[in-house]
Design a protein. Structure first.
Length: 365
């Protein structure tokens, strides 16, 4: 999550355990937790001159924050403090004043003694201690980047374990990537309103682990966005080195912002599962978001409000007229557009209930 922020030249600047939360969901009797980074209230672009706007949580603030220097290195320090707390259950430097934190010589010695003491007291492994000492360098230039920290053996060993444990999700992700060109070609043929709805559904639904993993398998550098070279590398793996003739068109179909990159959300919108697309609750939420004036129809003015266009937007008018000759889309038409399978299923269910009411043959029902 932080690497994605830093790739956009932004920092979080308030990294602490309280700002990471598990979004819990239950499947049967098993509870799953999806870790989320929250509270970007102090987030901003990198700023070397923030002396009069010092902010953060004292126990996790990097030394240079007190001098108004807010760069990516500060988040690395804060992650180091969080790691120490996770490994020991105790604060790194308790009851220490900002004035003391800024004094490099004294703090360096205190940190060394504190970490070495914790290594013995809490049986911290040498590889964990090494990462701690790297991230907790008083000199911000000596700290690893988030990308470098992720490649430290303390983390990469964990990835190996994850690969062994989550083979089902990895198989699903690999299958998704193998089919990606065909999936995109199908989406390219869809009306623009359906593609817009896909994006909204991604925002209001829970991301599948397989889709998220598929994106990470493409995003080798962890920047949170994909270049066309990432798609090329993927196709070389799944098609014996041969690239589709329409690879440029496939990429452009996913590059919604036309900035030369595919965002995480755009990737998820294309690979949206049928389970989500045909979920009546998610469909209802999506329709209500698009129906801004709440008249029961989606018109071009509704789309204009959602996407910040003017009321006479030609793009919004064309998007609606493409699927509706009378320039408005009802709930029933919206369902027919997004999930025709659901309408068929509902019709069968209604017919079944009618049969049951008339005491028809239950086996037929």
């Amino acid at each position: 999550a932080l690497q994605c922020c830093h790739a956009q030249y932004r920092g979080h600047y308030d990294i602490k355990p309280e700002n990471f939360m598990f979004k819990r969901e239950t499947q049967g009797d098993i509870a799953h937790g999806n870790l989320k980074m929250v509270d970007l209230g102090l987030s901003s672009a990198f700023d070397m001159h923030r002396k009069h706007r010092v902010s953060g949580t004292t126990a996790y603030m990097a030394p240079e924050f007190w001098s108004g220097v807010y760069g990516p290195e500060g988040d690395v320090w804060s992650c180091g403090v969080v790691l120490f707390v996770m490994l020991t259950g105790t604060p790194l430097l308790d009851d220490i004043s900002p004035a003391t934190v800024k004094r490099e010589i004294r703090v360096r010695q205190m940190l060394r003694e504190r970490v070495l003491s914790a290594v013995t007291a809490y049986n911290i492994s040498p590889v964990a201690a090494d990462l701690l000492m790297q991230m907790l360098q008083h000199d911000r230039h000596a700290r690893p980047t988030i990308k470098e920290a992720l490649k430290h053996p303390f983390n990469t060993d964990g990835y190996e374990l994850e690969r062994k444990l989550s083979s089902v999700e990895r198989d699903q992700a690999a299958e998704m990537l193998a089919k990606l060109p065909d999936t995109v070609r199908e989406v390219m043929q869809e009306p623009m309103l359906k593609r817009v709805a896909r994006l909204i559904m991604v925002h209001v639904s829970e991301v599948s682990e397989a889709a998220s993993l598929a994106f990470r398998m493409l995003d080798l550098h962890g920047y949170g966005e994909l270049s066309i070279s990432a798609l090329e590398d993927n196709q070389k793996v799944f098609s014996d080195g041969r690239l589709p003739d329409d690879l440029d068109e496939i990429f452009e179909a996913m590059d919604l912002n036309r900035d030369g990159y595919i965002s995480y959300r755009a990737f998820l919108a294309v690979t949206l599962s049928d389970d989500i697309r045909c979920d009546s609750n998610i469909l209802g939420v999506t329709f209500r978001i698009l129906d801004t004036d709440k008249d029961g129809f989606i018109g071009h003015t509704d789309l204009a409000k959602v996407f910040g266009h003017g009321p006479d937007s030609e793009v919004c008018s064309l998007t609606i007229s493409e699927v509706s000759p009378d320039s408005k889309v009802s709930w029933q038409s919206f369902m027919q557009l997004l999930a025709p399978e659901l309408i068929v299923a509902n019709a069968l269910l209604q017919h079944c209930m009618q049969l049951a009411e008339t005491k028809a043959d239950k086996r037929t029902c």
